[in-house]
Ligand binder design. Structure first.
Ligand code: FAD
Length: 117
């Protein structure tokens, strides 16, 4: 649907959802306090209960149980989020993302300068 002023489907919700999640990980502190680490864990748990795509939320609850968020640093959280997204990519038959480039994609821009204005 070319009209952007309409309710979203699970694909569009997903694209916006990943934008929020990867950008949160991109700007997560290098040295997070205990409280910040707890908040991030709670955020993911609550997202897995409230995410408005029921089957996605169900799988997310299982993924969080199997591999809990690594909230100890920016790098570890960004990498963990990338792996989480790759699990969904794999399930949906989408290409896997190279997680060594996650900070280029979501924080610094590509090394070739293509994101510089
Ligand atoms: P998306 O997968 O939305 O990716 C957007 C952009 O992120 C890509 O263009 C790429 O630049 C970048 N990217 C891709 N992979 C990675 C990665 N591993 N790390 C960092 N950046 C990356 N859909 C379902 O059908 N079933 C589900 O169970 C399901 N679970 C979901 C769970 C969550 C928490 C979220 C946020 C979404 C979920 N979705 C699910 C939606 C699905 O993941 C996609 O968002 C949707 O299918 C649209 O896909 P897309 O090809 O446009 O790109």
């Amino acid at each position: 649907n070319s009209n952007s002023e309409c309710p979203v489907d699970s694909e569009e919700l997903g694209r916006s959802g990943w934008t929020v999640l990867h950008t949160m990980a991109a700007y997560y502190p290098e040295n997070p306090s205990e409280n910040v680490q707890k908040d991030m864990k709670n955020f993911m748990t609550l997202l897995s209960r409230l995410y408005p795509c029921k089957r996605c939320a169900k799988d997310l609850r299982k993924d969080l149980k199997d591999d809990p968020p690594d909230v100890t640093s920016q790098k570890s959280l960004a990498n963990w989020m990338c792996n989480l997204h790759n699990k969904v990519n794999e399930k949906l038959g989408k290409p896997l993302f190279d997680c060594s480039k996650v900070n280029e994609r979501w924080r610094d821009g590509w090394k070739d300068g293509s994101c510089d204005s």
